[in-house]
Design a binder for this molecule. Structure first.
Ligand SMILES: Cc1cc2nc3c(=O)[nH]c(=O)nc-3n(C[C@H](O)[C@H](O)[C@H](O)COP(=O)(O)OP(=O)(O)OC[C@H]3O[C@@H](n4cnc5c(N)ncnc54)[C@H](O)[C@@H]3O)c2cc1C
Length: 320
């Protein structure tokens, strides 16, 4: 058993971001874990999409043509199991996404492998995989090891690992076998687009988030205007989204979005509950404004102020 097999993900003719992120995670492990890094893409248009997976550090890309023009978990699972039996990878990565989660457990059962889901960090110690995932509502990080398992299947959390930049020099090979003759196991009915709120917390580099400290829904437009003037994306804590003051897409945290690309995070009137911290505590520069000097947000803040959030806002507004 050696090397890493990545199960690439794509939707409606485009490679999903998680595919590059899994490649980034695998390439980072390659030095300790040993190669090769192989990427498998299964789908009706696998051959056309394969060149987009040719990122630095990838050694080989394999395509499997599926008879179903849409994602089909039974075909994908079979293709991965066949590839695993052919290449004997020690680690198999899928996305922690609807597609990834619909194939990964089945692959793990069929291969008798170790398994962990929603993994946010992976290390290798003495050749053995150690995965980190959250537990107890993101209050703790759990390290999972897989003693006695020669192969491990992990689903990786999205917007957590960085995709490599640039062009790789992987070979691309079409795999032939029984999979392309398989009858579709799923019937695609339609795509339903999620309602768009025009914000993408995961991609934003500068986020200004508001919490219950802003006190009233009628204050939202003021903070929205301030965020716009500052060039920030407006985020919020869960009670703000739950109350319908802002669309759920603005919510940062465990049940919201992780501010994965954020460099500057301003938390206004947010206490810093663990579930909120889950989405932003990693950010390089955090500015917190909270009248309670003991609020947990100050444990992760780079700069803090115990000013009233409205006084703070007024001071900033007067400078713009
Ligand atoms: C399973 C689960 C998942 C969850 N997921 C999320 C999630 O994804 N995201 C999330 O945010 N929460 C999440 N929560 C909720 C979380 O536990 C907290 O309840 C929530 O984050 C608190 O929001 P808040 O900080 O806005 O409100 P509060 O905790 O009420 O804090 C308000 C803060 O504002 C300060 N304040 C008040 N007035 C002012 C003022 N005038 N000026 C300055 N400061 C002021 C107060 O001192 C206080 O610290 C989840 C909870 C559970 C159980």
């Amino acid at each position: 058993m050696s090397g890493i097999l990545i199960v690439a993900e794509h939707l409606r003719g485009a490679i999903a971001d998680i595919s590059g992120e899994m490649i980034g995670a695998a390439v980072a492990l390659k030095a300790q874990f040993g190669g090769p890094v192989r990427v498998l893409i299964v789908g009706h248009d696998a051959e056309q999409l394969a060149p987009s997976l040719n990122l630095p550090g990838v050694d080989e890309i394999f395509t499997v043509r599926s008879g179903n023009p849409h994602f089909d978990a039974s075909i994908a699972e079979e293709a991965v199991v066949q590839a695993a039996l052919q290449f004997h990878p020690a680690l198999i990565l899928t996305g922690h996404s609807s597609a990834g989660m619909s194939v990964a457990p089945g692959i793990a059962v069929r291969l008798g492998s170790g398994f962990a889901a929603d993994v946010l960090a992976v290390e290798v110690n003495n050749g053995l995989v150690k995965a980190t995932r959250s537990g107890y509502g993101a209050k703790v990080n759990i390290h999972v090891e897989f003693p006695g398992k020669s192969v491990v299947v992990l689903t990786l959390r999205g917007a957590t690992f960085n995709a490599p930049d640039g062009q790789g020099n992987a070979t691309i090979t079409a795999l032939s076998g029984e999979v392309d003759k398989m009858a579709p196991g799923y019937e695609h009915l339609e795509f339903i687009e999620p309602p768009s709120a025009g914000v993408d917390i995961a991609k934003a580099e500068f986020i200004m988030s508001v919490g219950r400290g802003i006190q009233d829904e009628k204050n939202i437009p003021r903070f929205a205007e301030l965020a716009e003037k500052l060039g920030a994306t407006l985020g919020c804590s869960r009670p703000i989204a739950d109350s319908g003051w802002l669309h759920k897409a603005h919510q940062v945290g465990l049940t919201g979005k992780v501010a994965a690309n954020c460099k500057l995070y301003v938390a206004l009137g947010i206490s810093g509950a663990v579930q909120h911290l889950h989405g932003m505590k990693h950010v390089e520069t955090i500015i917190a404004v909270n009248t309670d000097a003991h609020a947990p947000i100050f444990n992760v803040a780079t700069y803090g102020s115990t000013l009233d959030v409205f006084e703070f806002t007024e001071a900033i507004e007067s400078m713009l």
